[in-house]
Write a protein that binds this ligand. Structure first.
Ligand code: SF4
Length: 320
């Protein structure tokens, strides 16, 4: 487990100047050339810049996998933790420090396999945070092992004769969890849509779950290249309350579909009826869903300051 404390020594963000992208950039990303994670990182940094998120009030939490190196590349606080355990760590941070901006970076193996139990309960607790599922449908870091979202029949190092189990559909699963409040899907190679999705997720009052279909050109080239090249492979979900991109970007999509994100039943049906394409947009949003962090902060009469003081008192016990 690595907790990352960035170098805030010069405190350049503490003056009145606006923060730039460079204020959120840390070490050079070590993902492979052409990996979709690079685009996601850049768009997240752009969001932080546009929202002027104070780096000292922002934390990225991850588990294990290629995507989970993300916190090392952000000049914010970070926690690169245990496999599958990003969500409970993030929940603990948010519950004790509701004043922090919390982001979770997880992969398909990390979230949908070893972390699946935490996934169910994080959705149910609905504490305000943005959860980004980088779904490349493979265990990339451990060199092409079948993941829970790998397509049926794919040849991997763990299933050289082809995978035998139908994959988990992360959107379908999340829409089935209790107290779900925000579910969206985007792809790493449509930056305008990716950015608009991140913005919508950040503005959501509870837990925003975003599945990002992410290219892995090293192990999954044959799966993603046809989707990236075929303009008919993606369907853009449209609604005034959904994820809105400008008309120029919209014109690049061949398939458009109206979908009201307030309707959970329709959202579930949508997953079933669009399995042959990749629909991107907002499947579901309920801003009124119960939030456990609100319960903690308000019903118990404990403010963020009280919580910080309690942590400091506890930590002081261990100070030499
Ligand atoms: Fe990205 Fe795949 Fe390389 Fe991992 S193995 S860094 S997912 S391209």
């Amino acid at each position: 487990m690595i907790s990352i404390k960035p170098d805030f020594c010069d405190l350049s963000f503490a003056n009145d100047e606006l923060l730039g992208i460079e204020d959120y950039e840390s070490s050079k990303a070590r993902w492979c050339s052409g990996c979709g994670a690079h685009t996601i990182l850049h768009n997240v940094q752009q969001l932080c810049r546009d929202e002027q998120l104070p780096p000292e009030k922002t934390v990225f939490v991850s588990g294990i996998g290629c995507s989970s190196r993300f916190p090392h590349y952000m000049k914010t606080y970070g926690f690169h933790g245990l496999h599958g355990r990003a969500l409970p760590v993030a929940g603990g941070i948010k519950f004790r420090r509701p004043d922090l901006n919390v982001f979770v970076i997880t992969g398909d193996g990390d979230c949908c396999s070893i972390g699946a139990g935490h996934w169910v309960h994080a959705i149910r607790y609905n504490m305000k945070m943005v959860v980004l599922l980088f779904d490349n449908s493979i265990y990339g870091l451990t060199k092409k092992q079948t993941s829970p979202t790998s397509p049926l029949g794919i040849h991997t190092n763990t299933h050289p004769r082809g995978s035998v189990l139908p994959p988990i559909h992360p959107i379908q699963s999340t829409l089935g969890f209790s107290n779900v409040s925000f579910v969206a899907q985007t792809v790493d190679w449509k930056p305008a849509h990716l950015y608009a999705t991140l913005k919508k997720a950040y503005d959501h009052p509870g837990l925003a779950f975003v599945r990002i279909v992410q290219r892995c050109p090293i192990w999954m080239k044959d799966s993603y290249e046809p989707v990236v090249k075929d303009p008919n492979a993606i369907t853009l979900l449209q609604h005034e309350n959904g994820i809105v991109i400008d008309s120029k970007a919209t014109q690049k999509f061949h398939n458009l579909k109206e979908h009201d994100p307030s309707n959970l039943i329709k959202a579930r049906e949508l997953v079933e009826t669009t399995k042959d394409t990749t629909p991107i947009g907002l499947f579901y949003q309920n801003k009124e869903a119960t939030r456990y962090d609100e319960y903690g902060a308000h019903n118990m009469g404990i403010s963020a300051e009280d919580k910080t003081e309690a942590i400091n008192t506890l930590m002081d016990k261990y100070a030499i």
